[in-house]
Write a protein that binds this ligand. Structure first.
Ligand SMILES: NC(=O)c1ccc[n+]([C@@H]2O[C@H](COP(=O)([O-])OP(=O)(O)OC[C@H]3O[C@@H](n4cnc5c(N)ncnc54)[C@H](O)[C@@H]3O)[C@@H](O)[C@H]2O)c1
Length: 282
């Protein structure tokens, strides 16, 4: 199946990044959002990424113009989905909201369209099961910021067909990304490993094994991680990390029990960079 037109649902942090990757891959792209403010912010962010690319000589001005002409924004869901070959859903992580959006996809997108969701943690099998085309649904888990991060985790739900996964793989490559294939499972690969490392770092801090700075330094210089676990959790948000661990604990068992010190930091309001203090002060 040849993909020409992509509908991106949601123009937020991830949606606009995905729309950028889609126009960069040569696809006609319609970016939909219920909020006009998000749509114009998303478009401005894409223009800014392209502007920087031109400034640095990484993107030809003519290519930047061509990419921008491939992008349309709309707050009309039927317009966004008309004629779409691939729909990528990047709406907020709320099951009812995604289910209602996917019902619209069944209503307005061609029956042949493939549907990918960027959900971080919801069951893709459940989302697919709500649709008339479960075999044409799979996960496409992008990373933030999308224009810089190379990986896409392709997530195979119970009924995702091999053809569906192949199309998503091909599109990912045209977007300039590398992929890994993972069967649906809590936290996929990256979130699960990352949450474990972050949790272990908090246990070490609680036990007085080393200071945050030394734990971060050890992982950066000794294990070649680009960021230390505390620098990273401050960026992600300690509350976000805690809720991920709670979910992994509930679904995968004891080894993901959130460290009590992490829970205590959250109670103290030390949520990370976004509030000016987390493990570190900013
Ligand atoms: N932020 C990350 O680092 C990250 C990474 C990977 C995956 N994800 C997943 O991507 C999805 C989107 O997350 P985000 O961080 O971009 O959120 P966000 O809050 O930045 O953006 C969500 C956008 O969806 C819009 N929206 C609200 N209701 C909508 C609807 N009914 N239809 C279409 N759009 C609607 C909002 O106006 C907003 O612009 C979530 O499922 C999240 O779990 C996020």
């Amino acid at each position: 199946m040849q993909i020409k037109q992509i509908a991106v649902l949601g123009a937020g942090t991830m949606g606009h990044g995905i729309a950028y990757a889609a126009i960069a891959g040569g696809y006609e792209t319609r970016m939909f959002d219920v909020s006009a403010a998000s749509l114009s912010k998303g478009r401005a962010a894409i223009e800014s990424i392209l502007g920087k690319g031109v400034e640095l000589g990484k993107v030809e001005p003519a290519d930047s113009d061509a990419m921008q002409t491939r992008l349309t924004t709309t707050s009309n869901i039927a317009d966004a989905l008309e004629g779409a070959d691939l729909v990528i859903e990047a709406a907020p992580e709320k099951i009812e909201l995604k289910l209602s959006l996917l019902a619209d996809v069944d209503r307005y997108a061609p029956e042949s369209a493939i549907v990918a969701t960027n959900t971080s943690a919801l069951s893709i099998t459940e989302l697919a099961g709500s649709m008339k085309r479960p075999s044409r649904v799979a996960g496409m888990h992008f990373f933030n910021p999308v224009h810089k991060m190379k990986l896409i985790e392709i997530v195979q739900a119970l009924e995702s067909a091999p053809d569906t996964l192949q199309v998503i793989e091909d599109v990912s490559r045209r977007m300039g990304k590398e992929t890994v294939l993972v069967r649906e499972s809590p936290g996929f690969i990256t979130t699960r490993v990352n949450a474990s490392i972050g949790n272990e770092a908090f246990y070490m801090l609680m036990e007085g094994v080393a200071s945050p700075r030394d734990i971060d330094k050890a992982l950066k210089l000794g294990l070649n991680h680009p960021m230390g676990p505390f620098e990273l959790v401050d960026l992600v948000g300690l509350d976000t990390r805690l809720s991920i661990l709670e979910y992994l604990h509930k679904s995968l068992g004891e080894k993901y029990r959130p460290c009590p010190l992490l829970a205590q930091y959250v109670k103290a309001g030390r949520l990370g960079r976004k509030v000016g203090r987390g493990v570190y002060e900013y």
